[in-house]
Design a protein around this ligand. Structure first.
Ligand code: FE2
Length: 401
């Protein structure tokens, strides 16, 4: 028996409906009562960066996000600044150390700008932690209440790969802008005329890069500790290019709002892109965040106008008869995709359009994907080879191949 999925308040606020979410992020119905670790969806993606003040501006100007909340010295937080940004149902929290001895500086010294916390909304923090502990997870924060005048959230945290954590947030009793201690904040930033209302509506998946030989261990972690299910997509070394190779498996929570592809490097002639990430991030971490859009062409155009740089795709990709045959008909002429370097992949359920940015910080680590799904619940497996070759050209330019 399946239950009808309830929309999260964030999704309702963003005027998203169930059918849209099924198309955008492949939401499925499932029986939460049988889930040992029920997860409603993403709560927030928390970044630690070298300069949160400026990074918050970047996500407003270049990614069209809206500043909605803040914590910092002016609100009694002497340690760091934190900016809360939203686009559709997706929430980013950008943190940077203010106090010279803030532990955030240590994180940044080791990893550079990156994702420190993939925070998930859960209906019952205590139930999740009890199960996670029984399955051997590292509990970083025991369940506890945090309150302010807007209500109470119940929070706990478990460790995942590298220095990354999953904070679990039970927020049904909370009305504030993000968490207790945060105040509403907007900015004077004005979007360019004609740019879309939102450049993306939801978060689709976050890819984790782990060390050679560790992928299956983390797949098992998500299966056992968090009750995640394996999705069909499996990438073996059959998609290796001459130089770069990786293995990838995908796990998802019951309703598929939260999807985690997990990559490990595979042996190849030269350093793979995963090895480059592991070297520059100093270990495992979040590699890319896929943002779901219902109009990838408009989003690419708007982001490009704001200076976001995307990986280029060779003309040969679009002119390859085998690829054209495989792709079939998509909603726009192939030439429109080619102009922007947008990739296409098709499977038995439908197709998807996708494109990848260059790394968004100094280290060649974190980048973004834009994804427009039309039935396909895949991750662009058919594009990996074309994509790898594009990434390798960039690695070569950085002298890291
Ligand atoms: Fe992806």
């Amino acid at each position: 028996m399946t239950e009808t999925i309830a929309l999260t308040p964030e999704e309702r606020d963003a005027n998203l409906d169930l059918d849209q979410l099924k198309q955008l992020v492949g939401l499925v119905e499932y029986d939460e009562s049988k889930d040992p670790f029920p997860v409603t969806g993403w709560d927030a993606i928390v970044f630690v960066v070298g300069n949160a003040t400026q990074t918050a501006h970047f996500y407003q100007s270049a990614f069209g996000m809206e500043l909605v909340g803040y914590s910092g010295p002016e609100t009694g937080n002497r340690d760091h600044k934190a900016f809360v940004l939203k686009s559709g149902s997706c929430r980013f929290v950008i943190k940077g150390g203010v106090a010279p001895d803030s532990p955030l500086h240590d994180h940044h010294r080791a990893h550079g700008d990156g994702v420190v916390d993939i925070s998930l909304e859960v209906p019952d923090v205590d139930k999740c932690i009890e199960h996670a502990r029984a399955m051997g997870a590292t509990v970083l924060e025991e369940p506890h209440d945090v309150s302010d005048e807007h209500g109470t959230v119940r929070i706990a945290a478990i460790a995942t790969y590298g220095d990354t954590r999953h904070t679990l947030v039970q927020r049904s009793g909370y009305e504030g802008v993000y968490l207790p201690g945060y105040v509403p904040r907007s900015s004077g930033f004005v979007k360019r005329e004609g740019s879309p209302k939102r450049m993306f509506q939801a978060l689709d998946h976050i890819v984790g890069n782990v060390e050679l030989g560790k992928m299956d261990q983390w797949v098992t972690f998500y299966n056992k500790v968090m009750g995640f299910v394996n999705m069909a997509e499996f990438i073996g070394d059959d998609i290796a290019t001459d130089y770069s190779a990786l293995m990838s498996k995908v796990v998802a929570n019951g309703n598929h709002r939260v999807k985690f592809p997990l990559n490990e490097p595979a042996i190849a002639k030269k350093k793979s892109q995963i090895d480059e990430y592991l070297e520059f991030y100093r270990g495992p971490g979040a590699q890319h965040l896929a943002l779901a859009t219902n109009d990838i062409l408009a989003t690419v155009d708007a982001m490009t106008a704001e200076g976001v740089e995307f990986l280029s795709t060779p003309d040969s990709y679009y002119e390859d008869p085998a690829l054209r045959e495989r792709i079939g008909n998509v909603r726009v002429p192939i030439e429109e995709l080619q102009k922007r370097g947008i990739l296409v992949d098709r499977d038995e359920d439908g197709y998807l359009l996708q494109i990848f940015t260059r790394p968004v910080q100094d280290r060649p680590t974190v980048f973004f994907e834009l994804i427009e799904r039309h039935g396909s619940l895949g991750f662009g497996k058919g594009n990996f080879k074309a994509l790898f070759e594009a990434i390798e050209r960039e690695q070569e330019r950085r002298g890291n191949l």
